[in-house]
Design a protein around this ligand. Structure first.
Ligand code: PLP
Length: 444
């Protein structure tokens, strides 16, 4: 174990996550390759050498800080098993709370058979953009199933959930428009807003009064206004008030977009998400977004909405138009998983019970569960990034796999361990995880 002083700077770096670019003295930035281009000043190595990228330095410093404290890097651990609750990671048996296979459908025999049958029939790749030669029946039947599940006129599936947010927001909004993002919005929404060129405002989390006041002041200065929220917040495990949001967006003639990445399968009696849980007609929300990668055990993203919205996106969303059509095994997996979820609500109920049990036990053990409402995601708040990494490592040594979430994934000083609950966790697994977490935090 090393003394504090040689590592103080590294640890400070890890804690603050400040970029070296912000701190580097001018002389560092001016370091040259010695190869002047034309008449201009010599280029610094940062301009062309990946190893010298200013944003790469804090990553390397962070790793050095962890190594100096004999801590493993907790990310990119090699799992040898599938997404099951009981699995093996780096040679060790683990109870895992790190996968969002919420209903355990990644292991369902029907889902696996559907993927294999789709490969046998259609091959592994669609091999073309749908617009130009790649349209197949499996795309249409998945989209019909998604629209029916969501209760909207139509749906559109794309090859990535992240790209779906980028492509959709980027295609709908431009410089004359405004997007109001909840403070806890996922990176894909933040990036979509950025590339759209629209004015961006960050709303304090779930603060509808703030949104209302803001729109009273600025609505008239903009053409389109989009309010973007999540159905179930991926880092905090809480939900928005859909009725409040619908009233707000109606009052201000704004569009409402709900990212259901973590809500599908987890909210509502039959897993249909926030609209089902809130008892609200889904057609009053303009844009429902979701991913195929979580409850649906596949890969890709989708938008559900009006026929006009989907027709427009089919022609204008770059991540759809200029990208390959979803592969047959992925489409078949997602559609089969969706049908199983709708046919049998029992795993949805089991997941809901597990989420509640974890929250109740964690609170009883004195853990800070932040904003969690006891659905499928509960954070255990830690604050300091290094402490969160240490806690994750200590839990891993006890056979519990729960990943630390640190800045920039969450705001500064709000590092946490995030627990994804699934239908396949048993009460014994949940009890073991809560007890181990309480012990680890008491010892840190
Ligand atoms: N939206 C939210 C809220 C997410 O949490 C994620 C991914 O975790 C995405 C979108 C992107 O989905 P995908 O991982 O399927 O690309």
């Amino acid at each position: 174990m090393t003394s504090a002083s040689p590592h103080a700077a590294l640890l400070q770096q890890l804690r603050s996550q400040a970029t070296v670019r912000d701190q580097a003295p001018a002389s560092t930035l001016a370091e040259t390759s010695g190869a002047p281009v034309g008449n201009s000043a010599p280029l610094s190595k940062e301009a062309y050498d990946f190893g010298e990228l200013p944003d790469y330095r804090p990553i390397k410093l962070q790793r050095a800080a962890l190594a100096s404290l004999d801590l493993d890097h907790p990310f990119f651990r090699l799992g040898e098993g599938d997404s099951a609750a009981a699995t093996q990671i780096e040679g060790e048996p683990q109870i895992s709370f790190a996968s969002y296979d919420y209903l355990g459908l990644n292991r369902h025999p029907e889902v696996r058979s559907a993927a294999k049958a789709a490969i046998d029939h259609w091959g592994v790749s669609t091999s073309a953009s749908r617009l130009v030669g790649g349209e197949r029946p499996y795309h249409r039947s998945l989209e019909r199933a998604l629209a029916d599940m969501q209760g909207t006129e139509a749906a559109l599936a794309m090859v990535s959930g992240h790209a779906t947010n980028l492509a959709t927001i980027g295609a709908l909004l431009g410089p004359k428009d405004l997007i109001i993002l909840d403070q806890f919005s996922h990176n894909s929404v933040v990036e979509g807003a950025r590339i759209s060129g629209a004015t961006r405002l960050i709303a304090p989390h779930n603060d509808y009064g703030w949104i209302d006041d803001t729109l009273r002041q600025v609505r008239e200065q903009h053409r389109h206004v989009l309010i973007a929220v999540e159905g179930l917040y991926s880092m905090d495990g809480d939900t928005p008030d859909l009725a409040e949001l619908v009233a707000l967006k109606t009052r201000h003639r704004a569009w409402l977009m709900v990212d259901e990445a973590h809500a599908l399968g987890c909210l509502g009696a039959t897993g249909r998400g926030l609209a089902e849980a809130a008892g609200i007609d889904p057609t009053v929300v303009e844009i429902w977004m979701g991913t195929l990668s979580k409850t649906l055990a596949s890969c890709g993203g989708y938008i559900c909405g009006s026929a006009a919205l989907i027709d427009y996106l089919r022609a204008r969303a770059p991540g759809f138009v200029y990208s390959v059509g979803l592969a047959a095994p992925l489409a078949a997996t997602a559609e089969t998983a969706l049908r199983i979820m709708q046919r049998d609500p029992e795993p949805v109920a089991r997941l809901a019970a597990n989420g509640r049990l974890f929250l109740d036990r964690a609170r009883a053990a004195g853990l800070d569960t932040g904003l969690s409402e006891g659905h499928a995601i509960t954070p255990v708040m830690i604050g300091d990034s290094l402490r969160a990494v240490r806690a994750s490592e200590a839990l891993f040594a006890k056979g519990i796999n729960a990943l630390p979430i640190i800045h920039p994934g969450v705001p500064e000083r709000s590092a946490r361990l995030r627990f994804f609950l699934t239908a396949d966790h048993t009460p014994e697994m949940i009890n073991a995880a809560v007890q181990a977490t309480a012990e680890v935090l008491a010892d840190l």
